[in-house]
Design a protein around this ligand. Structure first.
Ligand code: ADP
Ligand code: MG
Length: 238
């Protein structure tokens, strides 16, 4: 079963073609990582899946449902960004529950989900704090918590750790791997960090100028890159 499927997906901004007909299948529960140079279309591809950009052609299926023309909020996905603006006047718990409150979810359900997410992310002692009383890593965890409480079928991450220092990045990478393990959800993760890609991915998707250059498991790409572009990106010795 394929959880996310892209068929001949295209995106242009004005006359500029940015995504040139991408075909891709991501299985249920799979951790897919998009890598590629700056400007190759990683964020655009993710935003298309999220419904934050409208496709110029092709189809997007999530869990066998054609969502190409479905609104973002109805797609069963949640996205975590690099810059994770939290509401400064709200507590950690309120920040995590805010999206659900907007959808009119029952208060008791929100509280239950926030507490559960806080436990997973080790934020349970910090629910009353304001964002400014948190470290960078804790804030990023709140941003992930906001996604978890929505119980999405698919999580999308756009370079979520690139604003963190090196040590914290390693810790958060391990936490994201654990989260994937615990939730069993499908995840699509954009990074330009080769170590993140190699350690997190079930499947790496190498993008170049809006096209897929190669798709494979980390070791497959490492041992058998199709060309020097892929090899260079994966850090392959070949
Ligand atoms: P990446 O995330 O891989 O760095 P992006 O998906 O952000 O790349 O961008 C891919 C290309 O699309 C870039 O050339 C970028 O300038 C262009 N682009 C992205 N968003 C827009 C937009 N809203 N309007 C016009 N061009 C855009
Ligand atoms: Mg980007």
């Amino acid at each position: 079963m394929s959880d996310v499927e892209l068929r001949k997906l295209k995106k242009s901004f004005g006359k500029v073609d940015v995504i040139h007909g991408v075909d891709l299948s991501i299985k249920s529960g799979e951790f897919a990582v998009f890598v590629g140079p700056s400007g190759c279309g990683k964020s655009t591809l993710l935003r298309l899946v999220a419904g934050l950009e409208e496709a110029s052609g092709g189809e997007i299926l999530i869990g066998d449902r054609d969502v190409t023309n479905v609104e973002a909020a109805e797609r069963g996905i949640a996205m975590v960004f690099q810059s994770y603006a939290l509401y400064p006047h709200m507590s950690v718990g309120e920040n995590m529950g805010f999206g659900l409150r907007m959808t009119g979810t029952d208060k008791a359900v929100i509280q239950e989900r926030v507490e559960k997410a806080a436990q997973i992310l080790h934020l349970d002692q910090l629910l009353e704090r304001k964002p400014k009383q948190l470290s960078g890593g804790q804030r990023q965890r709140v941003a992930i918590g906001r996604a978890i409480v929505r119980e999405p079928q698919v999580f999308l991450f756009d370079e979520p750790l690139s604003n963190l220092d090196a040590e914290l990045r390693v810790r958060m990478r391990l936490e994201i791997a654990k989260l994937h393990n615990d939730l069993g959800a499908t995840m699509i993760y954009v990074t330009h960090d080769q170590v993140e890609a190699m350690t997190l991915a079930d499947k790496i998707v190498v993008l170049r100028s809006g096209k897929i250059e190669q798709v494979g498991a980390p070791l497959e790409l490492y041992n058998n890159p199709d060309n020097s572009f892929v090899g260079g990106f994966i850090g392959s010795p070949k």
